[in-house]
Design a protein. Structure first.
Length: 94
């Protein structure tokens, strides 16, 4: 399932950020909390982490871009969460 990760709110009064570095490439396997891009505001540089795991299928930003609130960063083919198999005949508790 394709999921787009958008720029999160970076702080009160921050209307836009500049993309300093794109840390991923199409085809990369991304884990939750892995840094996707580094952005810069007037006051600080911040790495933006992934909120879901998956494979990068499209990158929506380039180094030097200025992003507004909630801008699309990347689209991932989201990893399916491992669902534990239930034991149809559990052992009785002695």
């Amino acid at each position: 399932m394709a999921i787009t990760i958008n720029l999160p709110e970076l702080g009160e009064g921050v209307d836009s950020v500049d993309v300093v570095t794109v840390l991923i490439a199409v085809g990369d396997q991304i884990e939750i909390d892995q840094s996707l891009i580094e952005v810069e505001t007037e006051k600080a540089s911040v790495e933006v982490p992934a909120t879901v795991a998956g494979t990068v299928i499209e990158i929506h930003v380039n180094e030097g871009d200025t992003l507004g609130a909630d801008a699309a960063i990347v689209t991932l083919d989201a990893a399916e969460e491992a669902v534990p198999e239930s034991d149809p005949d559990p052992d009785p508790v002695p």
